[in-house]
Write a protein that binds this ligand. Sequence first.
Ligand code: NAD
Ligand code: MG
Length: 397
Amino acid sequence: MQRITVLGATGSIGVSTLDVVARHPDRYAVYALSAHSRVDELAAQCIQFRPARAVVGSAAAADRLASLLRAAGVSTEVAWGEQALCAIASAPEVDSVMAAIVGAAGLAPTLAAARAGKKVLLANKEALVMSGQLFMDAVHASGAVLLPIDSEHNAIFQSMPQFGGKMPEVRHAPAGVAKILLTASGGPFLTRDVATLDAVTPEQACKHPNWSMGRKISVDSATMMNKGLEVIEAHWLFGAPAEQIEVVIHPQSVIHSMVSYVDGSVLAQLGNPDMRTPIAHALAYPERIESGVAQLDLTQIATLQFHQPDFDRFPCLALAFEALRAGGTAPALLNAANEVAVQAFLDRKIGFRQIDRVIGQVVDQLPHGDAHSIEAVLAQDAAARAAADACIAGLAR
Ligand code: NAD
Ligand code: MG
């Protein structure tokens, strides 16, 4: 029996995780669940899965959750705040941690799980983008098992069987790898007239053609910052330098990514675009379990297309490659400025094309430091948020 903590249980990844877990009550038990503010949804999950502990974002939310659970006769212990998140991620009772909080808020608990040597199922790419070297060092020092949930990275992992289940310790991809080919759908604005992009609404930006996801990552997909963050994520997970990672637009999202080898072989992982596949893969690794995802019907799909990304249409992708090449805390600055700019766009304070302007200005304006400690990374994160707020106040319509 694997005992699991799901960080971000009420989100898109959290709900898909619990869907897979519920299909295999003989294999998985839920130890703890967390949510930020959606108390009613979390209460329903606690009633269904009976975790020992649940964590929310505020004292008021904790009070409400505790009273809902008392009324339902559920004895889950309720706590709130970052320390409590770190505690449920590192508790000795836990085998596996699904890291599915969105954004920098997930860094501390995800790192706590890595330091405690857990099996870490990593969806929270922002945590790795911010603190790549520190995070990978923590994984290697504790002997944690790191399994990627992001569909592209999960596909790459499946296409690198020579890993033997361990992420590489050195900064080179495994021998024989020529390139990592990261596929991207191109999001909802792949073919829209660029001149009309500034007029798009948050609703249009969140309407992804292939995937159903949380709002922040949906906007990231529309700007292609999501792919940029994934390039940085691939660098840390697979030890590949920027030159070895290529983004390929593939609008059907059937091939989730590929690895090209020096002998001319290309290995790929295919499937319907449903996150329950990578989640089930990582939960059961190295076994295979049923996920609820329909089998892929290739004759129904019939055509797969590929082309190069247009960096003028998607300047965020170029900004992410630049941050990866700059190294140090540049990715942390990029990530923090992006989180603030995306929230401002969702709040209708800035237009869609101003997202990349805010990020570009913040990354140019602030000095890049060394990412040698979490304190240094968090200081840069805070500085980038303040600079992005100031930039947005200047731009606000
Ligand atoms: P979501 O917005 O649907 O859910 C986010 C979860 O995090 C919720 O449970 C929420 O309660 C919690 N949360 C939000 N702010 C918090 C805070 N300040 N402190 C603590 N908890 C907080 O997001 P999602 O789409 O499920 O994405 C989660 C993560 O997985 C992101 O890092 C995203 O990039 C990554 N990811 C998602 C998908 C997908 O298909 N949704 C695919 C690949 C990777
Ligand atoms: Mg992805």
